[in-house]
Design a protein around this ligand. Structure first.
Ligand SMILES: [Zn+2]
Length: 297
């Protein structure tokens, strides 16, 4: 399924959960990207012609870890020009079978370390959208996430529906989480995922301009929070993974973590390579122009 279709499916899902006003804002957002807002320069980004080009996040901040496993070796980036960085991603248009595995709602004291072992055994890099208060409670696990080369990202402080908060409560959710992550790991996040995928254009703009955060949604959702069966989780992921995909899962459910070895091994056997969300974004390319239909004489 092409990347754009994922976007449409997700848009339909958000239609159910959002007010008409926020939907209109979302449609505006996704249909007008790249936006023209001038973004403030940040130490870990490079501003090019008004857009922020992502740097390999963990490589610059955690240079001791690189992707070295033969099963997950990264090939040299293609010379095609990168797409302008967008504010929101549900998936990316990439050359090659790259996917980003993402885990929300941790760190969990037992399950996250178990998952980290599974990832380490396979040389797989993933992205962890962490809850700020969990980071404050388990800073050593957050540090391990970063030390082992994964991306750590903001998933709010208490997991509220951000669209229902006052501006000051919204700011506290984001800023406190950024601070807890930075205190525990030394890394400042550049990506975030809104709980429940609930977001609108105004909040997206604030996240980008005030906090330097891109909004990351997803293109594969096994509903692992609801269907607590490892077989279901792994078969959904294996069946629906596609190049450029962003796969959603939660490292706070045993059934999900137990589903990961089988999911990883099956995707590796299919030739998929796992990258962090920021690495996937860095590979995002504009869709190829459609060939003009020509009538043969
Ligand atoms: Zn969540």
């Amino acid at each position: 399924m092409p990347c754009g279709m994922f976007t449409n499916l997700l848009r339909m899902r958000l239609l159910i959960n959002s007010t008409l006003a926020s939907l209109a804002a979302l449609v505006f957002l996704t249909s007008t990207a790249p936006a023209k807002a001038q973004l403030p320069p940040r130490p870990d980004t490079l501003s090019v012609a008004g857009f922020v080009q992502p740097q390999p996040l963990m490589q610059s901040l955690n240079s001791t870890e690189t992707v070295t496993s033969p099963a997950n070796q990264l090939t040299a980036p293609t010379p095609a020009p990168a797409a302008p960085r967008k504010f929101t991603y549900t998936c990316c248009n990439v050359e090659g079978s790259y996917v980003a595995m993402t885990f929300d709602d941790g760190p969990h004291p037992k399950l996250t370390p178990k998952l980290l072992d599974f990832l380490k055994e396979r040389g797989i890099k993933a992205t962890f959208f962490v809850i700020g208060k969990n980071v404050a409670e388990f800073p050593d696990i957050a540090k391990r996430i970063v030390d082992e080369g994964h991306e750590i990202a903001n998933h709010s402080w208490t997991h509220p529906q951000l669209t229902k908060l006052s501006p000051s409560a919204f700011a506290a959710e984001i800023a406190q989480t950024n601070e807890a992550i930075e205190k525990a790991t030394g890394v400042r996040p550049v990506t975030m995922r809104p709980p429940y995928g609930a977001i609108n254009a105004n909040l997206t703009k604030r996240l980008n301009e005030e906090y330097g955060l891109s909004v990351i949604l997803w293109s594969v959702d096994p509903l692992d929070w609801k269907i607590r069966k490892s077989d279901h989780v792994s078969s959904h992921i294996i069946k629906n993974a596609a190049p450029g995909g962003i796969i959603l899962a939660h490292d706070i459910h045993a059934s999900t973590v137990d589903a990961m070895p089988g999911s990883f091994d099956a995707l590796l056997a299919k030739g998929y390579k796992f990258v962090t969300v920021s690495e996937l974004i860095a590979m995002d390319r504009p869709p190829a122009p459609k060939a003009a239909s020509q009538k043969t004489p």
